[in-house]
Each structure stands twice: as structure tokens, then as C-alpha cells.
Design a protein around this ligand. Structure first.
Ligand SMILES: CSCCC(=O)C(=O)COP(=O)(O)O
Ligand code: MG
Length: 243
């Protein structure tokens, strides 16, 4: 039987993995390591573009302009740390924040201090879908670097071989239809041939607006959703029927 879709696009938090793991393990890791990370990596060239992105997310044209009120390096670092803590307290999915989080998580995943949680149906489904010839992509607010660390160090082992590509907020916000148009174009598929699975109805609405098929991920600990969204709910990837 011909599969109804050629591609499956997956969200992470609340879909492949629990919200709890992100909030109880990954975010506390960042808050614990933040000051030390900034101090030890301050002159690392890879940090510069991320600091510019954080400044731009805050409405400034560059990091230099944003920190022009800071008299010295420690106060510039403190401004960054305070902004990161503020964004995380409000759970803002800002690109600069997500890039910095990914850089901080690197050590945690590579040292084995963090092992990404994935629901038990996820590896089985990835295997079944890719064996059936489907391509699987990730679209998460977590940076692409963080996504690769996450699935490269999961409790089911390295799952990266299953993914044909990764998207994050550098493609566009997850609640905007244009982002899904861009993804379809980059994947090289008609939107109607892509199934998007997420726990957030506003993301599913945006994907549906451009013609993607959708499924609402219902996992333990996910935020409750309003009635009347019209997205078919699934509690496990095993409920995705390909035919
Ligand atoms: C490697 S993803 C880490 C989780 C995260 O930071 C996040 O914002 C997840 O958001 P999602 O879009 O996957 O719900
Ligand atoms: Mg999610």
C-alpha cells in the first residue's frame, strides 16, 4: 500500500519526548552552568554570533549596541545571564536563547550527564516509517545543534540515522504558516504529502493552513488544549496509520 505521506515532520518536547525531561533536567542544567559557561567561553569565537542574536532578539542591532551601558566585561556577562534567566522564566522560544542552551547542553550530553528521554514508541516508529520509505524531519524550537545532541544521545541510543533533516526557529516561528511553506520547499515536497505531529495546536493550525496533514500529540504532562481544534489526537506514534 502507498503511504499517504512522503515525509513526517516531528516536534520534540511533548511529542517525541516528555515536557518533564525538558523542564526538570535540561533547563535546570542550563541555569546551573550558565555563569560558568559564559565566563569560560567568553572569548570563544563561536559565542559572538550567538550574543549578537540574543541582542537582536532583545530588539537591539548588535551585542555591542545592546551592552553599550555596561562598563566592563563582567557586567556584559551579567547582562547576558540576566536576559537568559528572564527568557527561560517566561519560556520564550527566542533563537539566541535556544542557540546558547544548545551550546551549554553539549558538555552535558557528551559527558553522559544527560541522556535524552524518548517515548518507547518513538524508535520503533522511526524504524517502521523509514523502512516504508518515508523521510522524517525534526522541527523544534530547540536549536538544530541541540536537536542533534539530543537524538545522538538518547536512552534508545543514537537515533540520528533516522532523520533526513532538522529545522529550528532560524527557519521561522513554529506558530507561523510561512515557516511550514519554507520547510515544504526545502524538503522538496508538496505540503499535502507531509504529516506534522506536535503537542501545540497553534503550531498544528499553522501547518494545516499551508496544507500539511496534522496529528495532535497527547503525552503525559502535556499542557491541556482547548476543544474544537480539529486535529486528530494520538497518544503514541503507533497510532499513525500510513495507509
Ligand atoms: C533539543 S530540544 C530541547 C527542548 C527545547 O528547548 C524546546 O524549546 C523544545 O521545543 P519544541 O518546539 O520541541 O516543543
Ligand atoms: Mg512541543
Amino acid at each position: 500500500m502507498e503511504p499517504r505521506w512522503n515525509c513526517i515532520l516531528l516536534d520534540i518536547e511533548g511529542t517525541t519526548s516528555s515536557v518533564r525531561f525538558v523542564y526538570d533536567v535540561m533547563f535546570p542544567f542550563v541555569l546551573r552552568e550558565l555563569d560558568h559557561y559564559l565566563e569560560t567561553n567568553w572569548n570563544d569565537p563561536s559565542l559572538g554570533p550567538v550574543l549578537d542574536q540574543i541582542a537582536q532578539d532583545a530588539g537591539s542591532e548588535s551585542f555591542v549596541a545592546w551592552t553599550s551601558d555596561c562598563p566592563d566585561e563582567p557586567s556584559r556577562r551579567e547582562k547576558v545571564a540576566a536576559e537568559i534567566r528572564r527568557l527561560m522564566a517566561d519560556d520564550v522560544k527566542a533563537t539566541g536563547l535556544k542557540q546558547l542552551q544548545g551550546m551549554i547542553w553539549k558538555d552535558g550530553f557528551e559527558r553522559g550527564e544527560m541522556v535524552a528521554q524518548v517515548y518507547s514508541d518513538v524508535p520503533e516508529a522511526l524504524e517502521a516509517w523509514t523502512s516504508a520509505g518515508l523521510r522524517v524531519y525534526i522541527y523544534s524550537s530547540g536549536s538544530i545543534a541541540a536537536q542533534k545532541l539530543f537524538f545522538g544521545h538518547s536512552e534508545a541510543g543514537n537515533l540520528l540515522k533516522y532523520f533526513s533533516g532538522h529545522f529550528d526557529t532560524t527557519t521561522g516561528p513554529k506558530k507561523e504558516a510561512k515557516s511550514y511553506d519554507t520547510i515544504a520547499a526545502e524538503i522538496g515536497e508538496a505540503a499535502e504529502k507531509i504529516l506534522f505531529i506536535s503537542d501545540v495546536t497553534a503550531e498544528l493550525d499553522a501547518a494545516r493552513e499551508v496544507g500539511m496533514e496534522t496529528r495532535l500529540s497527547i503525552r503525559p504532562g502535556n499542557k491541556p488544549v482547548e476543544e474544537g481544534h480539529g486535529h486528530e489526537p494520538i497518544a503514541s506514534f503507533s497510532q499513525v496509520s500510513l495507509g
